[in-house]
Design a protein around this ligand. Structure first.
Ligand code: SF4
Ligand code: SF4
Length: 367
């Protein structure tokens, strides 16, 4: 480790909403390492498509002992292997799919064996490991205390996530980012505001490290990998297969973009069709009783259905990390309404009592 000539860090973030945050983290890494006498560069990936709201995206920082080593490290446009990965939204640990054509990737996939995954989260390391794919290689997990920062792109409201992450990086990579250099870089970026350096120190002190052994993690997430067509196998033109009735496009799965998911109270649903009509990704299927159930593999978690639903708390957006799979919940309601409603209350934190929603009886009940 001591004779390493360079180090690479990727920051995985929610497209657009966290773009400025990712930029600030990558730039601060380079700035801090320069104070130590290293050289470095920060860059983003402009891949196969432009960035979109909420869709996982990556930016990188590479630090090296000198310009020659930096140039050698930059030979690859996107590092296939990184030393440290930083996920600035903990729901990203369920897997990352920047664009559908190569499938969902485990969050630890690009991290070298023995590397580090830092996650900003209010959850425990155990809860994060439980939602990450089973890993074939050991790595270090670091939890940087704090919720996901959606500080914004155009108007950036800094909540010091960037500085706390820099402190955590100083903890796991002190040779490249010594704590004092990280604090000085934060002071420079914050134009002398000493609270920035205090946040670096907090990130350093409060980040909880936990070793993750090979074999830890869950098998609950779908294995979804596609083979990229080569130049000689591509078809001329672009063919977009139409969706057949009752059959969803098997490659249309954008659930890794989700930080929250809609949960439906079927007992208060008045079958108005608003969610079905307004969902931009056509995620709702009609049930035999005329309810609308969410196909979670297709749901991007935009929350529009919850906004247009006219019945209070009939669709509730819930933290994605409360769920371990994408299975259909209407089947649970059909099987045992009481048990489903108990689950609904527990997971959403709102009452499931149908009498609490006045319009429920207006549409003639369920069956
Ligand atoms: S949150 Fe609702 S409206 Fe948005 S994609 Fe999911 S089901 Fe559709
Ligand atoms: S918008 Fe709400 S009330 Fe209307 S069908 Fe959808 S879940 Fe039911």
């Amino acid at each position: 480790m001591a004779d390493e000539k360079s180090i690479s860090v990727e920051v995985v973030y929610r497209g657009i909403f966290q773009k400025t945050l990712a930029q600030r983290i990558c730039r601060s890494i380079v700035l801090a390492s320069r104070k130590k006498g290293h050289t470095g560069t920060a860059f983003s990936r402009y891949g196969d498509s432009p960035e979109r709201n909420g869709v996982p995206a990556k930016q990188f920082a590479i630090v090296a002992v000198d310009e020659i080593e930096l140039e050698a490290s930059m030979a690859k446009y996107e590092p296939a292997v990184v030393d440290i990965s930083v996920a600035v939204d903990d729901t990203l640990v369920k897997g990352v799919e920047s664009w559908a054509w190569y499938g969902r990737q485990p969050i630890w996939k690009p991290i070298r064996e023995g590397g580090t995954l830092l996650v900003t989260s209010e959850k425990t390391p155990g809860e994060i490991v439980a939602q990450s794919d089973r890993t074939p290689k050991p790595y270090t997990l670091g939890i940087v205390p704090g919720g996901a920062s959606f500080a914004g792109l155009w108007v950036y409201k800094d909540d010091h996530t960037d500085y706390r992450v820099l402190g955590a990086l100083a903890k796991v990579a002190p040779r490249w980012l010594p704590l004092e250099a990280a604090k000085q870089a934060a002071l420079d970026l914050a134009k002398g505001d000493r609270s920035a350096a205090a946040s670096v120190q907090y990130g350093y002190d409060a980040t909880v490290l936990r070793q993750v052994g090979a074999g830890e993690g869950t098998d609950g997430h779908e294995k979804l990998q596609f083979t990229k067509p080569g130049w000689t196998t591509m078809r001329p033109g672009i063919v977009v297969d139409a969706r057949k009735p009752g059959q969803r496009n098997p490659q249309y799965k954008k659930y890794t973009a989700r930080t929250q998911r809609p949960v439906v109270n079927f007992d208060t649903c008045i079958k108005c069709t608003m969610c079905w009509l307004d969902c931009p990704d056509e995620c709702f299927e009609v049930t035999p009783e005329g309810h609308y159930e969410v196909v979670y593999e297709a749901c991007i978690g935009c929350g529009i259905c919850a906004q247009v639903c006219p019945v209070k708390d009939c669709i509730v957006m819930v933290d994605e990390l409360k769920f371990a799979d994408n299975r259909d919940r209407w089947q649970d309601w059909k099987k045992d309404r009481g048990a489903y409603n108990t689950w609904f209350e527990k997971v959403s934190g709102v009452p499931a009592d149908p009498k609490a929603a006045a319009p429920a009886s207006a549409a003639g009940g369920d069956d």
